[in-house]
Design a protein around this ligand. Structure first.
Ligand code: HEM
Length: 130
């Protein structure tokens, strides 16, 4: 692949990251207000489409820049944080038994999301520290 393709792939990845994060934020607000629109088909399906493209673009980007998880520390951190975000994120929106558990899990998931973005921007496991 030539250098021009890195640009649009990065753009797709960033666009999906923004959609994924804001989508999770909005669904969290719906969860706290116990809104019925959370059960709409599109609200349930769209995040999976966005997250699939996010992950696919992530894999293609690692191939393009020839840096891989479990080789480069910052990409390992991204993958592990992503897994934690998915698991804790699901507790926040769905599996948490009480509202308190769901809200706590949702907050932790939002922090994990922020951490992933900072790791992406700095290419550091401990963003701005080292
Ligand atoms: C919630 C999940 C993710 C978010 C929010 C996210 C966010 C971002 C952002 C904002 C950038 C742009 C950085 C920049 O242009 O300076 C980026 C780049 C990148 N991401 Fe992700 N990402 C996620 C998941 C992943 C995963 C799982 C991987 C790979 C295992 C990955 C691999 C990459 C690579 C290789 C780049 C290009 C870095 C560069 O060229 O400097 N991302 N990501």
């Amino acid at each position: 692949m030539n250098i021009d393709q890195i640009g649009w792939l990065n753009d797709v990845h960033i666009a999906c990251a923004i959609l994924s994060g804001t989508g999770y934020l909005i669904r969290g607000i719906g969860m706290m207000r116990e809104s019925s629109w959370l059960h709409n088909t599109w609200v349930r399906v769209l995040p999976h489409i966005v997250d699939t493209i996010l992950l696919a673009s992530a894999i293609l980007l690692t191939i393009q820049i020839r840096q891989y998880p479990f080789v480069q520390g910052w990409l390992t951190a991204k993958v592990l944080a992503l897994v934690a975000y998915i698991v804790i994120g699901a507790v926040g929106l769905k599996y948490g038994k009480t509202m308190k558990i769901r809200v706590m899990a949702w907050l932790v998931a939002m922090l994990l999301f922020g951490y992933i973005v900072l790791v992406a921007l700095t290419r550091q496991v401990l963003p701005y520290i080292g």
